[in-house]
Write a protein that binds this ligand. Structure first.
Ligand code: HEC
Ligand code: HEC
Length: 239
């Protein structure tokens, strides 16, 4: 499994293979869902990254054109990557490469192509670069002065046992700072946040190890998803 993944990426990056040759034009590449064991070993086998080299990758591979100079997205269409954990960024790039993550938005397809052009070393380097850039609060200062929505605050910190929703903060951290493969979500672009939560609800995004996120999002209302997006976008990180 691990060898296959690394070999595939080496072949892809050396130009011997491309996504069209592997999967047929327009077809999704397929990969088995992660087991905890396979993911842990794959992440352990990744080369050590370097943030300075990662900055070069970010600029040379044009990541900056969509994700911003420091990974803080200048646009509502793209995810912010600054302040993200190394393990999560690494996992996303591997998931795009292997087609584990491929939502039906057209946009994910761009990421699949881009990820397939990167070597394992470049992935590790760029992940270090984003982790080294401090998290930012999204949007204008006005949003921050809005009163905290008590219902959302409770959902985040206590969850909702009647709907089997585990508190978001128990995994994503009290300040949405993330840890390991659990992503940082504070400071995230709200439009992206909503889109990806809907993708979990629709089962279009199912690249997480035990598919927990689709369970936690299943019974959230649209209004709750919107409010959670704003709550996290404007949550100040104390890391
Ligand atoms: C043409 C625009 C574009 C470029 C260039 C681009 N990305 Fe993306 N990226 C996106 C979009 C759009 C998404 C969100 C996809 C989705 O909604 O499924 C994304 C998502 C991501 C994610 C997942 C974010 C998350 O929070 O899960 C990572 C990591 C990422 N990109 C890294 C990179 C890196 C590294 C590069 C350069 C090698 C790059 N991107 C280049 C548009 C781009
Ligand atoms: C049991 C732990 C757990 C709980 C509880 C949890 N999450 Fe997650 N969440 C994760 C993991 C792990 C991922 C990454 C999945 C992957 O690998 O793609 C994730 C992914 C996400 C993402 C996608 C981030 C990105 O950059 O694309 C968002 C948004 C999110 N969670 C929001 C929430 C919210 C809001 C709640 C509470 C309603 C919540 N999560 C509850 C573990 C959890």
């Amino acid at each position: 499994m691990l060898k296959q993944t690394l070999l595939a990426s080496v072949l892809i990056s050396s130009g011997l293979f491309n996504s069209a040759a592997m999967a047929g034009h327009g077809e999704k590449p397929h990969a088995h869902p992660w087991s905890n064991f396979a993911l842990e070993n794959t992440l352990k086998a990744m080369p050590a990254g370097d943030a300075i080299r990662g900055k070069e990758v970010h600029n040379q591979m044009m990541c900056s054109s969509c994700h911003g100079e420091h990974g803080e997205s200048p646009s509502r269409n793209y995810a912010s990557l600054n302040g993200q954990t190394v393990a999560y960024t690494t996992k996303m790039m591997l998931d795009y490469q292997d087609g584990r993550r491929w939502e039906n938005f057209g946009q994910a397809e761009i990421m699949v192509k881009i990820a397939q052009a990167l070597t394992p070393q470049q992935i590790s380097d760029v992940a270090e670069f984003y982790a080294a850039n401090p998290a930012t609060v999204w949007g204008d200062a006005n949003a921050k002065t809005e009163p905290v929505d008590m219902h959302i605050d409770k959902l985040v910190r206590k969850g909702d046992a009647s709907r089997m929703i585990t508190p978001c903060a128990s995994c994503h951290g009290a300040h949405g700072e993330g840890i390991g493969i659990t992503p940082a979500i504070s400071g995230q672009v709200p439009e992206y946040f909503v889109r990806t939560m809907q993708a979990y609800q629709d089962q279009q995004r199912h690249n997480d190890v035990n598919k927990g996120m689709s369970q936690f999002t299943h019974d959230l209302t649209d209004a709750e998803v919107q409010a959670l997006a704003l709550y996290y976008a404007t949550l100040v990180r104390t890391r």
